[in-house]
Design a protein. Structure first.
Length: 383
């Protein structure tokens, strides 16, 4: 007999391992989905946790007012923009706007104020964040020399709208040259007839050098003083020989003080005159070196032969033999004058009329044909 296999009449009961494998196979997608979701939630949690921990605390001091800011911004410019804090062109920030923000940072903003600057011939409005006038000038590139002045003073606190003026002070030493008038020495010459003169030595002007210190403020001369004087070239005196040889007396030039007086009308007045001189020659002179050879520092400058001081409208130089010194005369076309001075070239019927102006003396020249009335030692009054 052979072996005949017996068929099973029903399915075999599954084992535990087979059941687990089947469950795992059926739920694999769900398991993977849950794993991915868990991973994403973990990452999101970590990012949120990192974001909360990355918020930085920063102190901002704006124009002296301090405030603490919490921000996630990474740079200074973004942080200020987030807080609506604007920075103007002339304002100063303690750190660059592109700098990274770190926790605990301190950002100081100094606000610029307008000032009116007057310097070097210009007036303009500038902006500064400095505390004092001196610091503002230095920051704005305004350089000061040793003697320049600033108003207000450099240590004055800066305020909005204040006016600052820089006064440039300059000192300089200069030299000027001045002529030294030569003196005239008069020497009597017994071989030369009276009334004649001869130049023995020609005079030459000297040169006086003066050193001055001059002070300028903004280019304007405000002070000067003389430091010293040096005679660079001494003057050479002029020597003139004066004739001392006597000539025979000329009768026409003699004067008789006892002559009978004549009554005439002068300027609407009735005046007694001692003598009438006709065909008188007139010249003019001044007190300066061109006429007298004397400079202003000469003790005899402006002093007449009678000891009086020259005066325009009064003083004339005469020949004492013709018109006594101290006597009044009336010159037609000129007026009343007093004989107070003499001159080496004033001889006979010749009169030298004094004027203050050297230019007028040069224009006066020589005038001839004048009539002169010799009155006496007392000037006629209006009565």
């Amino acid at each position: 007999m052979g072996f005949i296999p017996v068929k099973e009449t029903h399915d075999p009961r599954p084992t535990g391992k087979l059941f687990a494998a089947r469950w795992k196979h059926e739920h694999l997608r769900l398991i993977l989905l849950c794993a991915i979701l868990s991973f994403a939630l973990t990452i999101l949690f970590l990012l949120l946790l990192h974001g909360v921990s990355a918020a930085k605390s920063v102190t901002v001091v704006d124009d002296g007012k301090s405030v603490v800011i919490h921000s996630h911004k990474g740079d200074v410019q973004s942080l200020l923009r987030e807080q609506n804090i604007s920075v103007r062109p002339y304002d100063r920030v303690s750190v660059p706007l592109t700098a990274k923000v770190e926790d605990g940072d301190r950002i100081v903003i100094d606000r610029a104020v307008p000032i009116t600057m007057q310097a070097d011939g210009k007036t303009e409005v500038r902006f500064t964040t400095e505390d004092t006038v001196g610091d503002a000038l230095q920051a704005l590139g305004v350089k000061l020399s040793g003697e320049d002045r600033v108003t207000p003073s450099p240590d004055t606190p800066v305020s909005s709208g204040m006016a600052i003026r820089v006064i440039r002070v300059k000192r300089e030493i200069v030299e000027t040259q001045h002529p030294l008038t030569f003196a005239v020495a008069w020497k009597k010459d017994a071989n030369l007839p009276q009334g004649q003169q001869k130049v023995v030595q020609t005079g030459k002007e000297g040169v006086l050098v003066k050193r001055w210190e001059r002070v300028y403020e903004d280019g304007r001369l405000v002070d000067e003083r003389i430091l010293d004087k040096i005679v660079a070239r001494p003057a050479v005196q002029k020597v003139v020989a004066v004739g001392a040889k006597k000539k025979p007396e000329v009768a026409a030039l003699s004067y008789d003080s006892g002559a009978a007086a004549k009554t005439i009308q002068l300027d609407g007045r009735t005046i007694l005159v001692k003598r009438v001189l006709r065909n008188v020659t007139l010249t003019a002179y001044s007190a300066g070196p061109a006429s007298t050879g004397k400079s202003r520092d000469d003790p005899g400058y402006g002093v007449t032969a009678t000891g009086t001081r020259v005066q325009e409208g009064r003083t004339i130089a005469v020949d004492p033999r013709v018109i006594p010194l101290g006597w009044w005369v009336y010159i037609e076309g000129i007026g009343f004058r007093r004989a107070e001075d003499t001159g080496g070239a004033i001889k006979g019927n010749k009169i030298d009329v004094y004027y203050d102006s050297e230019n007028y003396v040069n224009r006066f020249g020589t005038k001839r044909g004048y009539t002169v009335y010799v009155i006496g030692p007392v000037k006629p009054s209006a009565d």
